[in-house]
Design a protein around this ligand. Structure first.
Ligand code: XMP
Length: 512
């Protein structure tokens, strides 16, 4: 059966992947193509519908991207969003002019007419606007279906030709009914049945990777985190033993993490791949000896990681491709998505002077929850797929001050107890980070009849949706008490347990 496809023509807008994601949420397959794609290319994909994205231009600006008139003769429904709406209006003889008042952000939207996109949408709702220009005269055949205080044509349609346009962004969360509007478009107007599932993504990607890799060899740095694990699982299903994964135990992992990775990916595990585990613990501890500055620690861990990875990959002989678990939010963070820029870099970044004939990043279009769904689809264990985010430098940034093997042991034990107690008390950890950290503070205690002078462990529990801000989670007191009790009793070297209540800002999530 032919896959029902929606094409997204990219006019340079920052939300194109979000549109794609929303369409996938409607269980419909979609592809993003540049707006310059020839009409033959578009036709050859046999799309059920086409979405024109937003973009930074003005239709009257020099070199403004246009909307080919041939698009309208394809006979498939079209939805223009923001710039896409203006490009559609302009191409069909409407007028677009600079708005008297530019609209940015949350805006009250009045639905004038129950246009096809707005069937179940209340007459008064909210939308997210981000525009300077606006449509001031409709192309013939169109009628206005929604307006705002400053935008007379917030939405328009020509139901006969099945052409729809919205000035606002239905794909962002701040347009609460936006998902319904996109669903109306792809399911009702374009008539897609909604049969696409993550399993189909897996199947298509596996075929594509097989064709791309052929008889060649692929190397992947497997950290045991969700993204690299799903990448490994996908590649293993696609190319089996032509994939080699290098797993570096830098001695800063959580308790039993190295064993868990070997269980899933190693010999006898569920995936047929060549897994090389490098025990580099002593090397990292030696490099970190006497270093207490957080940034210097990060740098040392990053450099050592790359060195170990390079040495190992050299010893494995020639590899053709390097695979990475880059996901869409990483693309945005690195700046290419045109959005927020964050300075954290994952350990395991691309070693620049290793030569590969190409980079393979199969998760690049996916958001985190989609990566998780894919992981489950590929048969990865739930505890791995729903693992909390863990920083590349690992426990190195959860031990305040100098890192030693002894401190790592203390922290691993304390953190494992905290995780067990969270699980036992049924705390949902999927929306945040929950971990133990080790302070550099030692204080006096008494155990039995003996004086102790031991470390204080901090428990941190924060909820966050974007990791830029975070608030402390109100954990049940009994949980805190039992975690405290078990840690001081079971972990040698700890005589005090503290709970960190601080939000971010002013604190950060990690202690360093
Ligand atoms: P902070 O501590 O800055 O952390 O509030 C925000 C998010 O980033 C993670 N983090 C890191 N991730 N390398 C990483 O790969 C790092 O050096 C690093 N530092 C912090 C942290 O776990 C949280 O999810």
């Amino acid at each position: 059966m032919e896959t029902e496809t929606i094409l997204i023509l990219d006019y340079g807008g920052q939300y194109k992947q979000l549109i794609a994601r929303r369409i996938r949420e409607c269980h419909v397959y979609c592809e993003i193509l540049p707006h310059t794609s020839p009409v033959e290319t578009i036709r050859s994909r046999r799309p059920r519908g086409i979405v024109l994205t937003g973009g930074p231009n003005s239709v009257y600006g020099p070199d403004a991207p246009t909307c080919s008139p041939e698009l309208f003769s394809l006979g498939v429904p079209l939805l223009g969003i923001c710039y896409g709406a203006q490009a559609m209006a302009h191409a069909l003889g409407g007028r677009v002019e600079p708005a008297v008042t530019a609209e940015y952000g949350r805006t009250a939207l009045s639905v004038d007419d129950s246009g096809a996109l707005f069937k179940d949408v209340p007459r008064e709702t909210t939308c997210w606007m981000s525009h300077r220009d606006r449509i001031t005269a409709l192309p013939s055949g169109f009628r206005v279906t929604a307006h705002t205080a400053d935008c007379p044509v917030a939405a328009m349609e020509d139901a006969t030709r099945r052409l729809y346009a919205v000035q606002f962004h239905p794909e962002v969360e701040h347009t609460p009914q936006g998902k319904d509007m996109l669903r109306r478009f792809v399911r009702d107007i374009c008539g897609c049945g909604g049969t696409w599932r993550m399993a189909s993504f897996a199947q298509t990607e596996i075929q594509r990777l097989r064709a791309q890799v052929g008889e060649k060899r692929v190397l992947l740095a497997l950290s045991g985190g969700v993204d690299s694990s799903v990448t490994a699982a996908l590649l293993a299903r696609a190319i089996g033993s032509r994939l080699t994964c290098v797993f570096v135990d830098h001695g800063l992992l959580r308790k039993n993490e190295a064993q868990a990775v070997q269980r899933v990916f190693g010999p006898g595990g569920a995936f047929d791949m060549h897994l090389v585990c490098v025990d580099a613990r002593d090397r990292f501890y030696a490099a970190l000896q006497g270093v207490s500055d957080p940034e210097q620690k990060r740098r040392i861990i990053g450099e050592q990681f790359i060195r170990v990875f390079e040495e190992t990959s050299r010893s494995l002989g020639e590899m053709d491709y390097l695979a990475q678990g880059t996901i869409y939010p990483d693309v945005v963070e690195s700046g290419t998505g045109g959005d927020v820029i964050k300075s954290h870099h994952n350990v395991g970044g691309l070693p620049e002077h290793l030569s590969f004939s190409g980079l393979i990043e199969p998760l690049r279009p996916l958001f985190k929850d989609e990566v998780r769904a894919l992981g489950l689809e590929l048969g990865l264990p739930r505890e791995l797929v729903f693992r909390q985010p863990f920083p590349g430098p690992g426990l190195g940034v959860r031990i305040v001050g100098e890192v030693t093997a002894e401190k790592v042991r203390i922290l691993q034990e304390a953190d494992a107890i905290f995780q067990e107690e969270l699980l036992r008390h049924g705390v949902d950890t999927s929306q945040g980070q929950f971990f133990a950290a080790l302070t550099n503070m030692r204080s006096v205690g008494v155990m039995g009849d003996h004086r102790t002078y031991d470390y204080a462990v901090v428990l941190r529990a924060v909820s966050t949706s974007d990791f830029m801000t975070a608030t402390a989670v109100r954990l049940p007191y009994e949980l805190l008490e039992s975690a405290m009790n078990r840690i001081v009793n079971e972990v040698r070297g700890v005589n005090r347990v503290l709970f960190d209540l601080t939000s971010k800002p002013p604190a950060t999530i990690e202690l360093e």
